[in-house]
Design a protein around this ligand. Structure first.
Ligand SMILES: [Zn+2]
Length: 381
């Protein structure tokens, strides 16, 4: 067989000017000339997948309407070989229970394996028959009505279809050809518009298999049976929270001069007790509680805690015990520390003030700066 000299791949098909279909094509080999004859070869597996996804969109639309209400109108749709996307009007998130019911109902229609029928009729007759207008199509006088499955509601007429819509698209011949519908996501796209994404047939099966494998891997990682993963994970998270608390406490104790009962030693500057500590690896929000603890331990005096964070920046808290706030202002003292750390300012009250700076390596210098400021002030008084 001689390979054809020209190969063209169709990239996109659009419907223009009513019934005119325009194919956008890429010439992959050779040169296309006017009058040339080409053989059209359809990629059947791709087309079958698109068909299943498109038909599943009809079933999901009806299932959504049954579960959420008649206000569920289509706002957009995308049909790809590997998935389908359906946007529709609905004012609030869909609960997991509602989503499960939608999936159940749509799959019930799949399992009926009922024929999909298309009929051409006048637009009026179609609307009268209860067909829903769909897919943003411009309809001519004569429309195509697609009916799928048998109505599930007990009160429905025996001949009533599960879904009846106006649609010109390609469909499966029986609902069973869809194989399986699996909703993979649900979310908001705009105010009052929700989006669901779903997979069908082989893609749906692959998706579910992947999830099963992931669950299996997690179970072996966590060394727990699959149905006990929730409890196992919850208890691990609990344990982690407990350990974090213990670690924070241990670091705090270490920062304050050792283990249990080891009281930190304060120096005396002109008769004022001064306790300065530099700590690393603790949360900046723990600096104030640390300063409060230090104030309690000195009873009467001034305390300064410099905390150096993992990124090298420093925070500093200065505390003054109540009997000394008339003489010493924690805000003025913390500003001296901040300057040493390469920072500016600092704020708080006369008994407790906080500041910070970029240069954590100057922690000791910052403690010394507070001592120096204290010395100058005590000397003046
Ligand atoms: Zn359709």
């Amino acid at each position: 067989m001689i390979a054809p000299s020209v190969a063209v791949k169709i990239a996109n098909v659009q419907k223009k000017l009513g019934d005119l279909f325009v194919h956008d094509a890429i010439v992959e080999r050779g040169e296309l000339v006017v009058g040339q004859e080409l053989e059209l070869i359809v990629d059947h597996s791709r087309r079958a997948a698109v068909r299943a996804n498109h038909s599943a969109t009809h079933l999901l639309h009806e299932a959504l309407r049954q579960v959420l209400g008649d206000h569920v109108a289509q706002k957009g749709s995308l049909v790809a070989p590997d998935r389908l996307r359906f946007d529709f009007a609905h004012p609030k998130p869909i609960s997991p229970e509602e989503l499960t019911r939608v999936e159940e109902i749509a799959n019930a229609a799949v399992l009926q394996n009922a024929p999909v029928s298309t009929r051409l009729m006048s637009q009026e007759a179609a609307i009268e028959s209860g067909a829903r207008a769909l897919f943003g199509e411009k309809y001519g006088d004569e429309v195509r009505v697609v009916s799928m499955g048998h109505a599930l509601e007990p009160e429905a007429a025996p001949s009533a279809a599960f879904s009846t819509e106006l649609c010109g698209g390609t469909h499966v011949s029986r609902t069973g050809d869809i194989g399986l519908i699996s909703i993979v996501s649900e979310g908001a796209v705009a105010a009052g518009v929700r989006r669901i994404e779903a997979k069908t047939a082989t893609e749906a099966r692959h998706h579910l298999n992947e999830q099963a494998h992931r669950l299996h891997d997690l179970a072996s990682l966590l060394k727990a049976p699959e149905d006990e993963l929730n409890q196992r994970l919850a208890s691990l998270l609990d344990e982690r929270r407990k350990l974090e608390r213990e670690l924070t406490d241990a670091r705090r104790k270490l920062a304050m001069g050792g283990g249990e009962g080891a009281a930190p030693v304060a120096q005396e500057i002109d008769g004022i007790k001064y306790l300065g500590r530099s700590v690393s690896g603790i949360d900046m929000k723990d600096l104030k509680p640390l300063a409060d603890e230090a104030k309690q331990s000195v009873g009467s005096g001034v305390v300064a805690i410099v905390g150096v964070a993992a990124d090298g920046k420093a925070g500093v808290v200065v505390g003054v015990t109540p009997d000394l706030t008339a003489r010493f202002d924690a805000v003025a003292l913390v500003q001296a520390a901040a300057a040493a750390l390469g920072g500016k300012g600092g704020g708080g009250r006369r008994d407790l003030a906080q500041a910070g700076g970029p240069n954590g390596t100057a922690a000791e210098a910052a403690l010394e700066a507070v001592g120096q400021a204290l010395r100058e002030k005590a000397g003046v008084d």
